[in-house]
Design a binder for this molecule. Structure first.
Ligand SMILES: [Zn+2]
Ligand SMILES: [Zn+2]
Length: 640
């Protein structure tokens, strides 16, 4: 537990203690620290609501002001059971009812493991700790909300009230935290996306499916152009592949049926569907026939892998097998087939195939969230096929690209996680020497970035080490973006090869990389990062001409046309509104530049410039301003 988690978990004890002072019959289950706070699950006839918070918080404050030391005590299982039966575990005094959840928790503690109590004042809880020295160390806290939760997360168990709160080592830190939450609410990409008309989600199309409206599409297109330009400089080739592929492709890759919970169901071929329907085939049987493989398929895949990766249970008589398609959950198999469509020599490697590839994953409705958790998304995907010796340079190239893009977007605060294998686990397949090489390549690449990185043993994919990017936005919130993964498994499964310098066939190494995750998620993050104030190169509308009256409408149109002819996204507000109202509207729509024109400006061939960020910027010759705007767009400057 971190220091902050220890404070928060200690506050959970204080919460339980306070609830017991008010409702002595309360029964407690678990009270762990969680991201951003803590909770405690309580079983109580009274429905705790936010109206009760003040009363509970008052008791909590009293317990904190008493500076009660937290005392650790190891007891025997029999002693623990006896205390539980007397209702004294998470109970203030002996009670007629036993501490039933705590007794259940004791039965789950493996024999031979220590049973530990923590006491503060009159309150005793079964808990492995650790805790702060005394209750006063919980310097600032607040209860935040109540939810319901089943005991042990199991729906057949009783439903409990889960009381959430948060705690901090100082009042100042708590104040900052809640101020940040307020700001985050204002920046919420779902709210801003609607206000600024950037994207739409429509029930009639489907939840989790993003409709990019014209303004949002501009942002996406600019990001794609930027990333594509950088990829071209790094020697990537652009490819396009369809949104679906045959089931067999994903049986070979292992994506189906092993990950079927997170995929849209397979689509049988229409004639086969008609045939099995006429035979009266049920859904369960249809599913089994879609998921099964032929003996030949299983044998060849097992032989290539050198072990049984397709179990005998999945083998079916080929006449019963059903063929069909899947909405692609991954782009890899399609890119692999492009690579395999031609013979390769070691001289052609690395082959780098990039695609803004759209994939579909099944997310539970409750998990969906604006643009950041969706069911269809376009990855900034690429697959690199290289020799073992090239892995280090290629991974480094991927990281340099991330650095360039994030720096350009003003997201220079990010860290990198290097997922390594857990040498003690059998989950990681392949040759240890290859793993060592690839892990070292990932470490070296991470070091070359000059940003902090952590090594996380056990976090590798089963087929190779990986690197994740975690970006901190202006509010200090962390966003996990995409990954770079080294893969020794798929090239074998798909029987890929190239001819080496020795004239013999060799298996290439594959690198999967989608460093920004998906355009949907990345754009959602960017909306919040910029609070909708996109830098001029990304802004859907870069400049708006505001004529002060009807008399200068033609001049306004002329300036707008000059700008659009140069590729600048400019409009003119020719409405009869007063100038002040036009400025307010442009400001509300977060347009970077407002260009005010009146008779004086027209006569002199000038423009009065207002920027979203600095307000009035004075008068400039029309040509000079347009040139300045062009160079800001070209240089992708952040300031407006
Ligand atoms: Zn505890
Ligand atoms: Zn891939």
């Amino acid at each position: 537990m971190t220091e902050l988690e220890t404070i928060r978990h200690s506050c959970a004890h204080i919460l339980a203690n306070a609830i017991l002072r008010i409702w002595p019959e309360a029964q407690f289950a678990a009270g762990p620290p969680v991201e951003n706070g803590f909770y405690y699950d309580v079983d109580l006839a009274h429905r705790i609501s936010p109206e009760d918070f003040e009363r509970i918080e008052k008791e909590m404050a009293a317990i904190i002001s008493e500076s009660q030391p937290f005392q650790r005590e190891v007891i025997t299982r029999d002693e623990a059971l006896a205390m539980g039966k007397r209702g004294e575990l998470a109970g203030l005094t002996p009670r007629s009812e036993s501490s039933r959840f705590k007794l259940d928790i004791i039965t789950r503690i493996p024999a031979g493991e220590e049973i530990i109590l923590y006491r503060n004042g009159a309150f005793t809880d079964l808990c492995a700790g650790p805790h702060v020295a005394d209750t006063s160390k919980v310097a600032a806290f607040r209860l935040t909300h109540v939810a319901s939760a089943f005991y042990q997360g199991d729906e057949s168990n009783p439903q409990l009230q889960r009381i959430y709160g948060t705690a901090f080592p100082s009042a100042k830190e708590m104040e900052n935290w809640f101020a940040m939450l307020e700001e985050a609410k204002k920046r919420d990409h779902r709210k801003l996306g609607k206000e600024l008309g950037l994207f739409h989600i429509d029930d009639a199309v489907g939840q989790g499916l993003i409709l990019w409206t014209p303004k949002g599409a501009v942002i996406r297109q600019e990001l794609q152009n930027f990333i594509s330009g950088e990829l071209a400089k790094q020697g990537y080739s652009q490819v396009f592949t369809p949104h679906i592929g045959k089931i067999g492709l994903y049986k070979t890759s292992g994506h189906f049926p092993y990950y079927k919970e997170s995929q849209f169901p397979a689509i049988p071929e229409p004639d086969q569907l008609a045939r099995i329907a006429s035979e009266g085939c049920g859904c369960a049987e249809m599913t089994a026939r879609l998921e099964a493989v032929s003996e030949t398929f299983a044998a060849s895949l097992n032989e290539r892998a050198g072990k049984e990766i397709v179990a005998k249970e999945r083998v079916m008589d080929p006449t019963r097998l059903l063929d069909g398609f899947m909405l692609k959950p991954m782009n890899c198999p399609h890119h692999i087939k492009i690579f395999a469509s031609q013979p390769h020599s070691y001289r052609d490697l690395p082959v780098r195939l990039a695609e803004f590839g759209t994939v579909y994953r099944w997310e539970q409705s409750g998990e969906l969230n604006g643009m950041t958790r969706v069911r269809g998304f376009t990855q900034d995907d690429a697959h690199l096929f290289c020799t073992e010796e090239q892995v280090a340079a290629e991974v480094q190239g991927c990281l340099q690209l991330v650095k360039k893009v994030l720096t350009t977007l003003g997201m220079s605060d990010y860290r990198v996680r290097v997922g390594l294998r857990d040498p003690d686990s059998s989950k990681f397949t392949g040759n240890p020497a290859q793993w060592d090489l690839a892990e070292q390549a990932c470490r070296d690449a991470a070091t070359s970035l000059g940003v902090p990185y952590t090594e996380e043993p056990g976090e590798a994919a089963f087929y190779g080490p990986k690197i994740d990017f975690v970006v901190k936005d202006v509010l200090g919130r962390e966003w996990q973006l995409g990954t770079v993964q080294v893969d020794y498994v798929l090239p074998v499964r798909f029987d890929l090869s190239y001819t080496g310098a020795d004239g013999k066939p060799h298996v290439p190494v594959m690198i999967h990389r989608a460093p920004f995750g998906s355009l949907e998620r990345f754009t959602g993050v960017l909306i919040e990062h910029f609070a909708g104030n996109f830098p001029v190169w990304l802004a859907p509308e870069q400049a708006r001409v505001l004529p002060v009256s009807e008399k200068v409408a033609d001049y306004a149109r002329k300036i707008m046309t000059e700008m659009t002819a140069k590729g600048i996204r400019a409009t003119a507000d020719l409405s009869p509104e007063k100038l002040g109202a036009k400025i307010r509207l442009a400001q509300l729509e977060k347009v970077p530049y407002m260009i005010v024109v009146g008779p004086k400006e027209e006569a002199a061939g000038q423009l009065s410039i207002r920027s979203r960020q600095h307000g009035d910027e004075g008068v400039l010759a029309a040509d000079a301003f347009i040139q300045r705007l062009e160079s800001e767009i070209r240089d992708r400057t952040l300031t407006v």
